[in-house]
Design a protein around this ligand. Structure first.
Ligand SMILES: [Zn+2]
Length: 240
């Protein structure tokens, strides 16, 4: 006879987390780190309504962003903060080292939605100097599944090896690979049928490759591509 499997406890997450706050000697309650986020959120929502009473009402049912941002997951590079944009202005996809991988269903779904449903005018691939993901690709350490993700960056290195190795300092080699990786990811966008079809039918979106400097907060434009630019014919569809 088969054993009956009985689930212990609730199958659903608890509605509230009851981890206790600590009270300092002076009687002040110190919030847990994640509770600070929730408190900040309440403060932000209240302040936003105070400044612009219609803000949330306007955004509640529709988003019409002009930009798709493909950036690194690095916590130091928040798309809206560094571009001075507001909720509703940028559609965002982030992954380690801002990669455009043609088999990444997540990226492709975001791209398809941004181009064909939101009708974005610009797509920005934004890397950043001193990127840990690109650094991992330059090394030979076993980092588990991360190696699989950054493997494509090793290919970028191989293609541009002469130029990268020409740099004398290791930090300069890393930063040049970061720039070239952004350029390759812009090219990878141009290789997709989603972009090529949109270029053919609507002459948009414009593609931009940028690199953000974590040292001074400045974004450096690296490359651009539009509907009248061409890629290697090997990657061009002729029956879209
Ligand atoms: Zn990064």
């Amino acid at each position: 006879m088969k054993k009956k499997i009985v689930a212990k406890g609730s199958l659903y997450p608890k509605k509230t987390v009851t981890k206790k706050n600590t009270i300092s000697k002076s009687g002040q309650i110190s919030l847990n780190s994640y509770e600070v986020l929730l408190q900040n959120n309440k403060n932000w929502a209240a302040e936003t309504i105070k400044q612009d009473p219609d803000f949330f009402h306007r955004l509640a049912n529709v988003q019409k962003p002009e930009f798709l941002w493909i950036g690194c997951s690095d916590s130091r590079v928040p798309a809206d903060r560094i571009t001075g944009t507001q909720p509703g202005e940028i559609f965002v996809h982030r992954n380690i080292a801002n990669m455009v991988v043609h088999t990444d269903l997540n990226l492709l779904a975001v791209l398809e939605y941004a181009v064909n449903h939101l009708h974005v005018k610009h797509i920005i691939v934004c890397g950043h100097y001193n990127c840990g993901g690109v650094k991992a690709a330059m090394g030979r350490h076993n980092l588990g599944i991360i190696n699989k993700w950054v493997r494509n960056i090793k290919d970028v290195y191989r293609i541009h090896r002469e130029e990268i190795d020409y740099q004398t300092k290791e930090s300069e080699q890393l930063n040049r690979l970061i720039e070239l990786n952004v350029q390759e990811q812009v090219m990878n966008l141009a290789k997709t049928s989603i972009i090529q079809k949109s270029w053919k039918e609507e002459q948009r979106p414009y593609l931009h490759g940028w690199v953000y400097s974590v040292d001074d907060g400045i974004i450096h434009p690296i490359c651009e591509m539009g509907h009248d630019d061409h890629i290697d014919p090997l990657y061009e569809f002729d029956d879209l």
